[in-house]
Design a protein around this ligand. Structure first.
Ligand SMILES: C[S@@+](CC[C@H](N)C(=O)[O-])C[C@H]1O[C@@H](n2cnc3c(N)ncnc32)[C@H](O)[C@@H]1O
Ligand code: SF4
Ligand code: SF4
Length: 354
């Protein structure tokens, strides 16, 4: 089967998503971390992102474009001394949700006092399995610290969820996250599959990867997990993506939500160098819309390059991905629809595609 070559110079066809306002701004505030988890290489980068005043300006501009969700990301946000000042600024600007994925080990009572005063904050504390599994990956004593943080959030009424990674050594322990959520009083968990984007190429990938595991085995485990969570009254945020997880883990096939991905039409990422991208996974030089040290995000948002990147995603020609930061909403309710997979790297030939 042949497909027409993309004519980047052709006028963009109207699509309602192209008129969408910005919903979410993600900023890699830091790639410093206090831990050195075995399945992650983000901590190796060791740099802070944009400085405080620029981060504040980005929050203001994104809010003016319509954003109501702020997602500080990178490695461990609490490594930045000005982190909570930015969270407070975002809250004062009217952001309604601040999704903070954290290892939870650096959060002390003074931090919790401040977080408690910002109801837009939603902490997502990462737990990889029972104590021995978690601490083997993350370092001795960290499981207890993270669980204590989750408990204290629940006690204080700070919104909190638990985040797990589906990998070879945690798949069999995934039920633990549900049990833990129930016992701590957390109502939502999230599972994302192991990704080489986060591990980097130099970690012990065969230890974590489920490539060549029978897909049926993974699917059966996910079905059990879904039923178990339902019984426990715990919601799985990423459940709508479970149908494509076995393929992703076992064969590396990268799905695009049926009907195209809307994320670039409602989201902007500013990485730790200030580069601006349309999502977490379109991050080649060609996907870079600009840099916040030189460009205004308002101009980038309204620019032609942004429109072209949106069209790629909406017409199912992006690289595909599967993570808690994918367009989870675009998978919801489409479990029976045909999923498009991005072509495997190296399978494209100039002017032709299968
Ligand atoms: C890179 S961390 C940054 C936030 C924070 N430091 C933490 O650990 O929660 C973001 C999420 O990625 C998860 N993660 C780490 N290594 C991963 C990998 N190789 N594949 C998929 N997720 C991974 C973490 O457990 C965490 O939930
Ligand atoms: S997973 Fe999170 S806590 Fe662990 S090293 Fe990576 S960034 Fe740090
Ligand atoms: S790479 Fe993922 S998040 Fe990005 S546009 Fe494609 S499906 Fe959406």
């Amino acid at each position: 089967m042949t497909m027409k070559k993309l004519d980047v110079l052709a006028p963009l066809r109207p699509h309602p998503a192209l008129e969408h306002k910005l919903d979410e701004l993600a900023v890699e505030l830091t790639v410093y971390c206090n831990l050195k988890c075995k399945m992650c290489s983000v901590w190796e980068l060791k740099e802070h992102g944009v400085p405080f005043e620029l981060a504040k300006k980005l929050l203001e501009q994104a809010r003016a474009l319509g954003a109501t969700t702020f997602t500080p990301c990178g490695a461990e946000s609490f490594m930045r001394k000005d982190f909570l000042e930015l969270v407070e600024h975002a809250h004062a600007l009217g952001y309604r949700t601040q999704d903070i994925v954290t290892n939870g080990t650096m959060i002390n009572d003074a931090h919790l006092d401040r977080l408690e005063r910002c109801p837009s904050v939603y902490l997502h504390i990462s737990i990889d399995g029972p104590r021995e599994v978690h601490d083997d990956l993350r370092g001795e004593g960290n499981y207890d610290k993270s669980v204590a943080c989750a408990r204290e959030c629940v006690r204080r009424g700070i919104r909190v969820g638990l985040s797990g990674v589906l990998m070879r050594e945690t798949l069999q322990h995934a039920f633990h996250l549900i049990d833990l959520a129930k016992s701590v009083g957390v109502r939502e968990v999230s599972f994302q599959p192991f990704q080489e984007e986060i591990s980097g190429p130099n970690k012990d990938i065969p230890r974590f990867s489920l490539v060549r595991t029978p897909k049926e085995r993974i699917a059966a485990r996910l079905a059990e997990l879904t039923a178990y969570a339902k019984d426990a009254g715990v919601t799985i945020f990423t459940e709508s993506m479970f149908g494509v997880v076995p393929d992703y883990l076992a064969t590396g096939k990268r799905p695009i939500p049926p009907g195209g991905c809307y994320l670039p039409s409602k989201f902007l990422l500013v990485d730790f160098r200030g580069h601006v991208y349309p999502c977490f996974f379109m991050r080649t030089d060609a996907d870079r819309m600009g840099n916040v040290y030189e460009d205004e995000i308002t101009d980038l948002w309204h620019g032609v390059h942004h429109k072209q990147l949106q069209v790629l995603a909406l017409s199912e020609r992006c690289p595909g991905c599967l993570a808690a930061c994918s367009d989870v909403d675009s998978f919801a309710g489409k479990e029976d629809e045909k999923v498009v997979y991005a072509p495997a790297k190296g399978h494209w030939r100039e002017g032709e595609a299968g």
